[in-house]
Design a protein around this ligand. Structure first.
Ligand SMILES: [Zn+2]
Length: 325
């Protein structure tokens, strides 16, 4: 079984590059592929294209969420989940769980917007994409040294209170450390790899990997070749397992999962052409000598545990302020 932390398939659907989830597609991810790949839960990202930012970001996000809901209504065998209990129930009845996620906080104009997104089912939010927004600086703006804005601080507090995972995959490094400092719940990176193995700006340093582990979070190891090796031609499933192994060593056995970036990248590591090929990643981990128990943790159990911790009820004093937007 697999839980995957990030895909951009909603973008393909909204752009009419893919008719629906149920029909076999030329992209990386469709329902037959999810079944074949053994995926039990998939995060679906709302990625706001640059031309909609900032003024039309909220409108665009609503179009994405409408597209997502229509897919859920029209496709058998997959359903929106709002908590970890529903994921477990879906596993028992062979239904794939779809988790709604935002990739970039541009549509979140205020805390009221955030709470409406939560009511619509959003359970993971990447605070930024690569650029600066009203919450923080993205990784392309790391040179500014900027941490979270005061709104960003209140936003993280309210996400903690509501139970929405805080995703730091695209944030600048100073922003990352600010989130680690203030978040009262686990911090996740849904689709990032290890910088010490491949110096991509979106990959995480050893210190960042360890901090995510200490927060109780998960790093979703991702499949674009340029995130895996400085020589993308050499990026194959075994190099991907190098990243898994390194992240496990730094973040801990409970802090590494998978976050493919299917349909968010043109190319994937060699040997993987889409979600149906996920068993090859599990086989490569077993060849590397991972125990069955560790393979299961990386494949799905770690994501499920962090979702439980990030979404479940928690008593937190002073986190968020429902009236203060
Ligand atoms: Zn991304």
């Amino acid at each position: 079984m697999i839980i995957d932390g990030h895909c951009d398939t909603l973008w393909r659907l909204l752009a009419n590059k893919q008719a629906d989830l149920a029909t076999p597609s030329e992209g990386h991810l469709d329902l037959p592929g999810l079944v074949k790949g053994g995926v039990v839960a998939q995060l679906f990202a709302v990625y706001i294209e640059p031309e909609y930012k900032p003024d039309r970001a909220l409108h665009r996000a609503l179009q994405y969420i409408d597209c997502f809901y229509r897919q859920m209504e029209n496709c058998q065998g997959i359903s929106l989940v709002r908590n970890a209990h529903e994921i477990r129930e879906n596993i028992d009845r062979d239904v794939i769980s779809a988790v709604l996620a935002l990739e970039g906080g541009e549509p979140i104009l205020d805390l009221e917007c955030l709470r409406v997104f939560h009511r619509l089912g959003v359970r993971s939010i990447g605070l930024t994409w690569n650029q600066r927004n009203h919450i923080a600086d993205g990784v392309a703006e790391s040179g500014t040294g900027g941490r979270l804005s005061s709104f960003g601080v209140r936003l993280v507090g309210e996400m903690n209170r509501l139970g929405i995972m805080v995703d730091v995959s695209h944030i600048s490094e100073p922003g990352f450390w600010h989130v680690i400092e203030i978040s009262k719940r686990p911090v996740v990176a849904t689709h990032s790899n290890c910088k010490s193995l491949c110096a991509h700006r979106r990959n995480l340093s050893d210190e960042q990997l360890a901090a995510i582990g200490r927060s109780g979070g998960v790093v979703g190891i991702t499949m674009p070749p340029d995130f895996v090796s400085s020589d993308p031609e050499a990026a194959d499933v075994d190099r991907l397992v190098d990243h898994i192994e390194h992240a496990l060593a730094l973040a801990g056995e409970s802090a590494v999962g998978l976050g493919s970036d299917f349909d968010g990248t043109e190319r994937l590591v060699k040997g993987i052409s889409g979600v149906a090929d996920y068993p090859r990643v599990l086989e490569a981990m077993k060849r590397r000598g991972f125990s069955d128990e560790l393979v299961e943790k990386v494949a799905w159990k770690n994501w499920l545990s962090v979702m439980e911790a990030a979404w479940g009820e928690a008593v937190m004093e002073g986190a968020g302020d429902a009236k203060n937007t």
